[in-house]
Design a protein around this ligand. Structure first.
Ligand SMILES: Nc1ncnc2c1ncn2[C@@H]1O[C@H](COP(=O)(O)OP(=O)(O)OP(=O)(O)O)[C@@H](O)[C@H]1O
Length: 600
């Protein structure tokens, strides 16, 4: 993370609060119920603790009555009178047992409900982050590393979600501490004020000698990001890592990242332990000073002194736990803030969708003066092209000319900066995105093969395809030729990104996958470039022989597209030529010279 600790503190200060408010808005009623249970437990704790008073007083002076009792004692006498029981040593012990039972039952329910809420919230935050990410535009994925995205979805959310229950635990401890304080204030206000002042002083001292939790927490979050990034790079690029002997570098980077993670985590844990122990120590000293002052300067009864001291002894660990919880929350807040940033970013970058249903059938697709820029550099400038139903239209041209970009715009992976793409004259951006994509089957230049069975990979666009349909698509894309040799046939698992297949086999699987969708518009982006030219010609022939499917094909090997109804030559983002193979040859332009060089 960039920026100094001060900058980070400023940014985080504002964002911290906003993140906490956002967390509080998740299931407010449940959160409130947990808070109420905690308050109930705290109130009962105070009452239970006050039972020391009647027990000590009765043990000292016999049975209590309304006439000789005052203060807390009078409250007990009245309560016992109300339920019609005498206040004796035995009934007092019975009373405290009942009160404490209910108090711990409430605490148990509160922590159970907190755990449920925590896991619910983690599920909510993780799903929200992941689903939002999946719905974001492709440009978001272009600009972010997949490792950063995975880290946001898996790791950040885990730490971030913990903030909710940690905040509720802090609330429970705080309410409990307030209960002890009220008892103290009632019995010995001066001493309690003194105790609070000492607590404040101790907190101030302890918190100011160590760095804030969010600074160390931020470092843990950074180190986590680097870890994820390195592992992913090493694993995804394993072949090049090995061939180019990058393994030493990857391992060094990993060691650096894990060292950073370990040292930041240890630092965070050490600081927490320091806060804990320094607190305990300083509080023990403060407590004994208070006892000394109480015995020397404040004449209170033995029973009251017992209750007061008990309350202060119970207060001390609560206070130190609150401090350490707050420190942990501060450490986790950077994760939460980053998670929310991620969620907001992907929400803003949600893919735009229209509402209309695409026309059926689609008779004509057209690009009208389409301009597109990825970053600053224009990639398409004033592109006009069209494809009629059933036509075979081809795009050729030098590498980097913008052909794949045209295909991506057609699938609405990106939106044009200006101009229109239309289907039967209506802008495709008006159509429901999902419905529009179901009209297109696309074989991309580098199709992704999932580490699943061949059948899974074939049917990703047509989950309800029958065996006969699968067989037909496999035949058209010539998958059947290698399917027979696969150990488990359609059930063969293809490995990470189809590692068990050759380049040409991967392309054939991707082609069969597209054919199975039965979409009326087939976009082939260098879909058969890894096949030998005979196989390529065979496959093209069988695709072109099918009914009224519109085929838009991008090809480097011009022989593949020589029988196209129309060929567009794309150069530097412009359509520079259009026509049939013969027309373009007689024009003696770019196409003709490319053709000549491929035949040479
Ligand atoms: N996701 C992206 N982000 C930024 N720039 C991109 C992106 N994809 C492509 N480009 C750039 O856009 C230009 C056109 O790329 P495109 O892939 O459309 O060309 P192409 O004609 O299909 O090339 P090839 O024949 O090599 O596949 C290139 O300069 C490329 O660097």
């Amino acid at each position: 993370m960039a920026g100094s600790d001060d900058e980070r503190a400023n940014i985080t200060g504002r964002q911290k609060l906003r993140a906490l408010v956002r967390v509080a808005r998740y299931r407010p009623r449940r959160t409130l119920a947990i808070a109420v249970l905690s308050i109930l437990a705290a109130g009962l704790e105070a009452i239970g603790l006050s039972f020391i008073l009647p027990i000590v007083e009765i043990a000292e002076g016999g049975a209590a009555s309304t006439e000789n009792a005052d203060g807390i004692m009078r409250g007990f006498v009245t309560a016992y009178d109300f339920v019609g029981a005498p206040l004796t040593l035995e009934t007092a012990v019975l009373g405290v047992t009942v009160v404490m039972f209910v108090r711990y039952a409430a605490s148990f329910l509160a922590s159970w409900a907190r755990k449920i809420l925590q896991n619910d919230y983690r599920r909510h935050l993780t799903s929200r982050t992941f689903e939002g990410t999946l719905d974001a535009r492709v440009s978001y994925f272009d600009s972010m590393g997949s490792d950063d995205i995975i880290n946001s979805v898996i790791t950040q959310t885990k730490y971030g979600a913990a903030v909710l229950t940690q905040s509720l635990s802090t609330l429970e401890r705080t309410v409990m501490a307030l209960a002890y304080l009220s008892i103290g204030l009632y019995l010995a206000p001066e001493l309690t004020v003194l105790m609070v002042a000492l607590l404040g002083l101790v907190t101030y001292l302890v918190r100011n000698v160590i760095e804030p939790g969010y600074v160390v927490g931020g470092r843990v979050a950074d180190a986590n990001e680097r870890l994820q990034n390195t592992v992913q790079r090493g694993v995804q690029g394993i072949r090049d890592v090995k061939v180019f002997r990058m393994d030493g570098e990857v391992k060094d980077r990993f060691r650096d990242a894990i060292d950073g993670y370990v040292s930041a985590s240890v630092r965070l844990a050490r600081n927490k332990a320091f806060i804990d122990n320094a607190y305990q120590f300083l509080l023990a000293v403060s407590l004994f000073s208070i006892i000394y002052l109480a015995l020397t300067f404040f004449p209170i009864s033995l029973g009251e002194l017992a209750v007061f001291l008990f309350a202060m002894f119970r207060l001390a660990p609560q206070a130190s736990t609150i401090n350490s919880l707050v420190y942990t929350i501060e450490g986790n807040l950077p994760h939460l803030v980053r998670t929310f940033e991620h969620v907001d970013t992907v929400d803003d970058l949600r893919e735009p969708s229209g509402e209309d249903a695409p026309p059926a059938p689609i008779d004509r697709i057209a690009f009208e003066d389409v301009t597109f820029t990825y970053g600053d550099e224009p990639v398409l400038r004033g592109v006009d092209l069209e494809a009629e139903r059933g036509e075979f239209v081809a795009m050729v041209g030098p590498s980097g000319a913008g052909k794949s970009t045209i295909a991506s715009l057609l699938a609405r992976l990106y939106e044009p900066d200006s101009g229109r793409i239309t289907a039967n004259g209506r802008p495709i951006r008006d159509f429901d995105l999902d419905a529009w994509r179901s009209e297109i089957a696309m074989v991309r230049q580098h199709p992704f093969i999932f580490n699943e069975t061949l059948e899974f990979n074939l049917t990703i666009g047509a989950r309800d395809a029958t065996r006969a349909e699968i067989d037909e698509a496999c035949e058209m894309a010539r998958v059947d030729e290698f399917l027979r040799e696969m150990p488990a046939g359609l059930d063969t698992v293809l490995g990470d990104d189809g590692v068990q297949l050759s380049g040409g086999q991967r392309q054939r699987v991707a082609l069969a996958r597209a054919l199975l969708t039965d979409a009326p518009l087939l976009v082939l982006d260098e879909a058969t470039s890894d096949l030998d030219s005979h196989l390529e010609a065979d496959i093209h022939e069988s695709i072109e022989a099918t009914d009224d499917r519109t085929v838009v094909a991008i090809a480097h090997r011009l022989s593949t597209v020589s029988d196209a109804d129309r060929i567009y030559t794309v150069e530097d983002g412009h359509i520079v030529e259009r026509g049939t193979h013969d027309e373009l040859l007689s024009d003696e332009g770019t196409y003709a010279s490319m053709y000549a060089s491929q035949r040479a």
